[in-house]
Every structure is written in structure tokens, then in C-alpha cells.
Design a protein around this ligand. Structure first.
Ligand SMILES: [Zn+2]
Length: 278
């Protein structure tokens, strides 16, 4: 744990740095609330039990979890950015003996080809290390975004990836399968968080793990939620896969092809990759 630089703190005259440091190390979250004007209380959060799962995972890293959990099934979620909502997030969630294990988070601003490459690279990310691949990739695929799946399929040299278009609507606020349904699992201790990846980072750190942590912790009061959404898609894939005894999706679940209106338009691969707006 590293104490933040005093210049970044709204210091209150009667506290000296040493006293503030002591307060910080007693409880970073309390410190944020008390001294950094982060006044959010637990009852304003929709996922109030996430922090308890994070605290339980302080000694864990992704590498440690991948080494221990040799039979982990991987699920991947992608929240594509759009012209009205910049920022893409890619997430890998592991399932091992019922435990949900975040194993990868990446944020980026991508052009069309870079987006397709990021999906492929994330899909392959752990393959040199653990020798297996995500069983399914859920990509948010609301009507205007259908081309995201096709962008990945059109990428020259890309592997055949089990892509599923994943719609977001009222299901997002469903108490069981919606985002708040995650909190039930945090309460039940179903999540194993590799908090060693970020727990001792400086307050205000902008690394991908810290951004994801802030998004989940503070939902829905954080400026972004792309990583949380990507996690939610991966979790939906996991729940569906879990119900199917961990098998990959059946072909009936997989949406293929271009939207109807684009089917008759012949686009060269490069042309398509360069011209579609992400
Ligand atoms: Zn960080």
C-alpha cells in the first residue's frame, strides 16, 4: 500500500501528514470518504458487497489463481465503445468449482481494425500460459452494433471465435440476472478476486484493474461502467454455460452474419474494417 502524494489530497490543517498516513493505513476506503471528499456511503452503491470480496482476495494474483486453478473454464465479455460512448472494455472471467474469478481486464479506444484485433488478442491472451481458450465470447450487440461481430470475423488470419451477440435492455436491471444480481453472489462468497493486482495501488491510479475496481465498487455513481458491463456480459455467459454444465454454447445461441440491411452490400475486407464506425 502506498500513501498518496500529499499534494493530491485536500488536506485539512489540523491533520499533519503523519496523522493522515496513519488514518489511511487504518482503512483506505474510510480515508477516501473522510479525507478525500468521496462521500458515497454503502447504501448509495448497488454492489455494496463487492468490497468484501475484494478484501478477501488481497493476497491473490491472477498468476497464482491460474496456477492453482488448473481446470478453470474461461468466459469472455466485450463492451464495445461507440461514437456516442467512447471506450471499449474486454474482460475474461474464470469458473472453477463454482467460483467466479476475474482473470483479465483491458480498456481501450479502438478503431475498427484495432477493435477486432483487441478481441482476438484477448481471446488468445491466456492460451500460451494455460493452453485453453474462452468457451464463448459475449459481445454487446444491440441493433446498431451488429457489425461488431462481423468485424472480428472479417479480420484476416483471425481464429474462429465462438462469438455471441448479447443484448442489453431491461435485463440490465433484473434483480437476478441484472447487474445487481452480482451482489447476491458477492454476499454468498462466490467470487474470488485477484485483488493483489490492484489493492495496494495508489488512490487515483488509472491502471485497468483500478478503473475496473472503481467502476464496480461505485456503480452506478462512477463516470464510466464499460469494464463492469464487459464483466456482466462474461458473467451472463458463465451463468448460461454453468446451466449447460460448462459446455460451450449451442449453435442455436450464436447469432451469425450481418444485419439484414447489410447483407446485400458487398464490402471488401479492408474497406469494411476501415469504414465501419466504432
Ligand atoms: Zn492501479
Amino acid at each position: 500500500m502506498t500513501f498518496p502524494h500529499p499534494k493530491t489530497l485536500p488536506l485539512w490543517q489540523k491533520w499533519n501528514t503523519k496523522q493522515l498516513q496513519k488514518k489511511y493505513f487504518e482503512g483506505p476506503r474510510e480515508f477516501r470518504r473522510g479525507f478525500q471528499l468521496d462521500a458515497m456511503s454503502d447504501d448509495e452503491r448497488k454492489l455494496p458487497h463487492f468490497d468484501q470480496a475484494v478484501k478477501a482476495g488481497r493476497g491473490l494474483t491472477v498468476e497464482k489463481l491460474l496456477t492453482i486453478e488448473a481446470q478453470t473454464t474461461l468466459f469472455m465479455g466485450v463492451d464495445p465503445g461507440g461514437s456516442s460512448r467512447p471506450g471499449t472494455a474486454l474482460f475474461i472471467l474464470g469458473l472453477n468449482s463454482g467460483s467466479r474469478i476475474p482473470l483479465y481486464i483491458k480498456y481501450g479506444q479502438f478503431g475498427p481494425r484495432q477493435f477486432a484485433e483487441a478481441v482476438v488478442n484477448t481471446y488468445l491472451h491466456w492460451s500460451p500460459y494455460v493452453n485453453w481458450l474462452p468457451v464463448v465470447v459475449y459481445i454487446e450487440n444491440n441493433s446498431l452494433q451488429e457489425s461488431y461481430l462481423e468485424l472480428v470475423r472479417l479480420l484476416p488470419g483471425a481464429p474462429v471465435i465462438p462469438l455471441v451477440g448479447c443484448e442489453t435492455g431491461r435485463n440490465k436491471s433484473d434483480p437476478t440476472i441484472g447487474i445487481e444480481g452480482l451482489d447476491t453472489e458477492f454476499i454468498q462468497g462466490n467470487w474470488t478476486i485477484p485483488a493483489g493486482e490492484f489493492y495496494d495501488h495508489d488512490i487515483g491510479c488509472t491502471c485497468d484493474w483500478c478503473r475496473w475496481y472503481s467502476e464496480v465498487l461505485n456503480y452506478p455513481n462512477y463516470p464510466t461502467s464499460d469494464g463492469l458491463m464487459a464483466m456482466w456480459f462474461a458473467w451472463r455467459a458463465l451463468r448460461k454455460g454453468d446451466a449447460n454444465q460448462g459446455k460451450a454454447m449451442s449453435s442455436g445461441d450464436i447469432k451469425m452474419g450481418l444485419p439484414e440491411k447489410q447483407k446485400n452490400i458487398e464490402l471488401g475486407v479492408d474497406n469494411a474494417l476501415e469504414s465501419w464506425d466504432i
